[in-house]
Design a protein around this ligand. Structure first.
Ligand SMILES: O=C(O)CCC(=O)C(=O)O
Ligand SMILES: [Fe+2]
Length: 366
């Protein structure tokens, strides 16, 4: 029997600084092995920065269509920029969300002849300062605070999995050689005449190490799939982030830490839009996780056996990690599948391998 879950555990960051670190670590062990998701209450991000970001989000989407299109993702070999509603696919079906993909600051280092995936990291496209003064600075300080938390979290996670504190550092390059992604997402309600399904985002796994999600409005809609395939609600809880494990971390731990499928349902009729801000922690692009071996204590490995494995899931996969691909390549394939038009323009050879028939016709699933 698989160890199933029927809710997402809540871990209080304050436990770490009030003499209860061990309690936190034990909860993190359970969450990472058995659930793949957790809420982090009282995360160490300044309230001022959070409030400022929250107040910018509706204004960002209220920019004119012309200004949004000026920074469209199709301009960017880095898959950064604006995607209009219905421009993104999850497992071939259209997602009903509008979004801006941003990232931590990074100058593209790719040179012709080097692996293509290195071209994927580079400058974000930002709206013009005069159109939304102060937004870029706010977003960058938000990203740098969440980034600091993500580094701390990999250390906590190492301890939770019975490893030395720095054991996961081998998957990282020095900070100036790393880029991490984030995006700001709007899910319109079913009142929007442009919607042709309730798939805010379809069932999927995240690709990287850890995701730190800010649910930026008070809407339910996020759901997490448990081992028997049921969808468990993960509604917004004040002063929390939702943190989940990506396929990269799952592969690096040979399935001990679990990546969990999740999705978002569009807000119902009569509702205001739902907003969210995920931060995706990357690992070094050249790392092949299959070449790294982590030595877990037997009593921790035994917990994986007790958990068991999930039934087959209707979610997109990142099997490239297990096939020995560089993590950058696994991510690039994921991006081309999600944004085929951008892939076709900037990575035509890879695009042809993935979509030999040309641009896919999206399916819808109301
Ligand atoms: O918007 C959300 O709450 C989740 C988004 C998500 O899972 C993703 O973009 O990977
Ligand atoms: Fe996700």
């Amino acid at each position: 029997m698989a160890a199933n879950f029927d809710s997402v555990p809540i871990l209080d960051y304050n436990l770490l600084h009030s003499g209860h670190k061990q309690q936190f670590i034990l909860k993190l062990r359970n969450a990472s092995i058995n659930v793949g998701f957790l809420y982090l209450k009282n995360p160490p991000v300044e309230k001022e920065v959070l409030d400022s970001l929250l107040s910018y989000i509706p204004r960002l989407f209220e920019l004119s269509q012309e200004k949004k299109d000026a920074i469209a993702m199709i301009n960017s070999p880095h898959f950064l920029g604006y995607s209009k509603l219905g421009n993104e696919l999850t497992k071939g079906a259209t997602d009903q969300r509008e979004q801006f993909d941003f990232a931590t600051q990074f100058e593209c280092k790719w040179k012709p002849g080097e692996p293509e995936y290195k071209r994927m990291w580079g400058n974000a496209q930002w709206p013009e300062e005069k159109d939304i003064p102060g937004f870029k600075a706010t977003m960058l300080s938000y990203l740098s605070q969440v980034h600091a938390l993500s580094v701390e979290f990999t250390h906590l996670l190492s301890e939770a999995l019975g490893l030395p504190t720095g054991a996961l550092n081998q998957f990282y390059d020095s900070p100036e050689n790393m880029q991490h992604w984030s995006k700001i997402v709007k899910y319109p309600s079913l009142d929007d005449p442009k919607l042709n399904s309730n798939q805010g985002v379809g069932p999927h796994f995240d690709s990287g190490f850890l995701t730190f999600l800010l649910q930026a409005s008070q809407h339910p809609g996020l759901q997490v799939q448990n081992l028997s395939g049921q969808w468990i609600d993960a509604p917004p809880i004040p002063d929390t982030f939702v943190i989940n494990i990506g396929k990269g971390l799952e592969a690096a731990t040979k399935g001990l830490a679990k990546a969990t499928s999740h999705r978002v349902l569009s807000p119902p009729r009569g509702s205001t839009p739902r907003y969210s801000v995920p931060f995706f922690q990357n690992i070094a692009q050249s790392v092949r996780v299959t070449e790294h071996h982590l030595e877990f204590p037997p009593e921790i490995l035994a917990l994986k056996e007790t958990r068991g494995n999930a039934a087959e899931m209707d979610s997109i996969n990142f099997s490239e990690y297990d096939r020995g691909e560089a993590s950058g390549q696994a991510n690039l394939i994921g991006r081309v599948k999600s944004h085929p038009d951008v892939g076709q323009k900037h990575y035509p050879e890879l695009f042809k391998q993935i979509f030999p028939q040309g641009l896919p016709t999206p399916t819808t699933m109301f």
